[in-house]
Design a protein around this ligand. Structure first.
Ligand SMILES: *Cc1c(COP(=O)(O)O)cnc(C)c1O
Length: 428
């Protein structure tokens, strides 16, 4: 294993002041064992740790960096913007510019509002859906992640389609009881729920391409059923495209699968590596938000000029380079190559890819929902992860996350990664 004495020292220091040494739990490597590398810098497809080791980076800040690290156009735009001041608390043209870019890619987002994270976007969309419909119940799917707001950190109670229970200490039971959790890709389960409590449902929230239980694309008919059942019951359909947005297609999963939600949440890529989230949708719903309507939502740093600038420049470069579409073939080659390497070595595996996202499950397939994903051999994944890291490839430090490509990941990076994977599988 690569020696990382400086990372180790930085980690020990961080542990004294920051719980677990990290500001978001998955960074602590609990999913794979060992201790995290600390980052010195990133450039293009590469990230360097504090000890000077370079890695081809497939985490890319968990998705946002679709142009790679420190893209010159984004860096230059930020430098210029910083010189004009970093925050005003008053509106700028930048917010309208980014809103128009987003609405052009996502026609369902007739109006939108910017926030600072995907968590805020999902939490605010849920409040808006409840305010608009006058109903309390929210339906979500096991294994989908919508940020860490109380009502969304909920798992299924015992028995199918019963009231939810907290999935974290500190979430009030009363909060969780308004969230119903179903199985992803279970169209019959959705139809059954709506047949007896459809008129109580404010919204269904779903990752239209699930990327927080590993990668699980929707099966044919699933998203269409959500659209049909919510429409019939007067409930809203919320697509959480914080990850899939600008990743599975320029217009997200809603363009890729041709299903139009009432509300959409965006994050990650839309901020180009700075903290941005957005929620938006039908005009008649969005006009229920303060100051026009009674649903309250606000933010001191929302629409921050640096964050808007990084988002605008990222989306402009994406349009010029036809991203993410131009990366789809390369992503498929990588995903299929890794799956082939695993199977050639006799390792049980199931692969998935969609747009610029990919995942390798350490189990025989198929993987259609969270229960399937959980059947993976996470110990084997951990060994694979560390061996790849030792060969200069940084994958997500958990079986239940996905890998991302950037425009800086060229054929040479993909070939080097597949070469490392073949050697690692042969030695496991
Ligand atoms: C990452 C993610 C979130 C949360 O976004 P944060 O910016 O981490 O708060 C919400 N929904 C989905 C689908 C995500 O992938």
């Amino acid at each position: 294993m690569t020696a990382r004495p400086k990372s180790e020292a930085l980690y020990q220091a961080a542990l004294k002041r920051i719980p677990g040494g990290v500001n978001s739990p998955v960074r602590a490597f609990r999913g794979v064992g060992g201790t995290p590398f600390f980052v010195d810098r990133g450039k293009g497809s590469r990230i360097w740790d504090a000890d000077g080791n370079a890695y081809i980076d497939y985490v890319l800040s968990w998705g946002p960096l679709i142009l790679g690290h420190a893209h010159p156009r984004v860096v230059e735009a930020l430098r210029e913007a910083a010189g004009r001041g970093t925050s005003y608390g008053a509106p700028t043209e930048l917010e309208t510019t980014l809103a128009e870019l987003a609405a052009e890619a996502y026609p369902s987002m007739e109006m939108l509002r910017f926030v600072n994270s995907g968590t805020e976007a999902a939490m605010s969309a849920i409040r808006l859906a409840r305010g608009f419909t006058g109903r309390d119940a929210v339906v979500k799917f096991e294994g989908c992640y919508h940020g860490h707001a109380d009502g969304l950190l909920v798992k299924a109670g015992s028995g199918s389609a019963t009231l939810g229970v907290p999935d974290s200490a500190g979430v009030p039971g009363d909060c969780a009881r308004n969230t119903v959790t179903l199985h992803y890709n279970d169209t019959a389960g959705v139809e059954d729920l709506f047949s007896w409590m459809g008129e109580k449902v404010a919204a269904v929230i779903v990752e239209p391409v699930a990327g927080n239980m590993g990668l699980v694309p929707p099966r044919p008919g699933f998203l269409e059923a959500l659209r049909r059942e919510t429409g019939r019951a007067g409930a809203l359909l919320i697509f959480d495209e914080v990850m899939s947005g600008f990743r599975v297609a320029w217009g997200g999963a809603q363009a890729r699968y041709g299903v139009r939600p009432d509300l959409t949440t965006l994050g990650k890529v839309i901020g180009g590596g700075l903290p941005v989230g957005a929620f938006g949708g039908r005009r008649d719903i969005m006009e229920r938000l303060a100051p026009l309507g009674p649903v309250y939502q606000a933010g001191t740093l929302s629409g921050n000029p640096l964050a808007m600038t990084a988002g605008i420049e990222t989306l402009r470069v994406m349009k010029e380079e036809n991203l993410p579409e131009a990366l789809e073939g390369r992503t498929a080659r990588l995903a299929e190559g890794m799956l082939g390497a695993a199977r050639a070595a006799g390792v049980p595996a199931w692969g998935a890819h969609c747009g610029t996202m990919f995942c390798l499950f350490f189990r025989e397939g198929p993987v259609y929902n969270f229960a399937d994903a959980k059947g993976s051999d996470t110990k084997a994944y951990g060994r694979f992860f560390h061996a790849m890291l030792g060969r200069g490839v940084a994958l997500a430090p958990s079986q239940f996350e996905v890998g991302f490509l950037s425009w800086a990941h060229q054929d040479a990076e993909v070939e080097a990664t597949l070469d490392a994977a073949r050697k690692v599988f042969a030695s496991l």
